[in-house]
Design a protein around this ligand. Structure first.
Ligand SMILES: [Zn+2]
Length: 127
């Protein structure tokens, strides 16, 4: 039992190597995200903590309880309108920590077609 567990763990770790391509994408993602957060926050005027670019396997972004904003580096590969959707999505979580009607209303102040973009984003896979 134990051996099997160790083997699996090792296999997973070897996949985590950062390729030169993903380094470039991380830098590109950081530049995009910083610029767009600043741009959209001129409207929202919300307080946020730090911004992190992460290698998340299953999510595009998140907002921590400390107000830090996290984005998947793969955001750099998305069309611009989806990049903006993700930035505004996480920004709005600083005020609305859920996906209720007030959250969508807030998002739509800057992204009127937010719901359509949310659906479109689901057609992009992480692989
Ligand atoms: Zn959300």
């Amino acid at each position: 039992m134990l051996n099997i567990f160790i083997l699996r763990k090792r296999k997973k770790a070897s996949v985590k190597k950062v390729s030169p391509q993903s380094k470039k994408l991380r830098a590109a993602a950081r530049a995009i995200v910083l610029e767009r957060v600043e741009y959209f926050n001129q409207h929202y005027q919300l307080q946020y903590g730090r911004i992190f670019i992460k290698d998340q396997k299953t999510r595009w972004g998140s907002c921590s309880s400390k107000g830090n904003l996290n984005f998947n580096y793969r955001i750099a590969m998305l069309p611009k309108e989806l990049q903006d959707y993700l930035v505004v999505h996480e920004l709005c979580h600083l005020q609305e920590m859920n996906h209720g009607p007030n959250f969508w209303k807030l998002m739509m102040e800057q992204i009127p077609n937010a719901k359509a973009l949310n659906k479109e984003l689901k057609s992009y896979s992480f692989k």
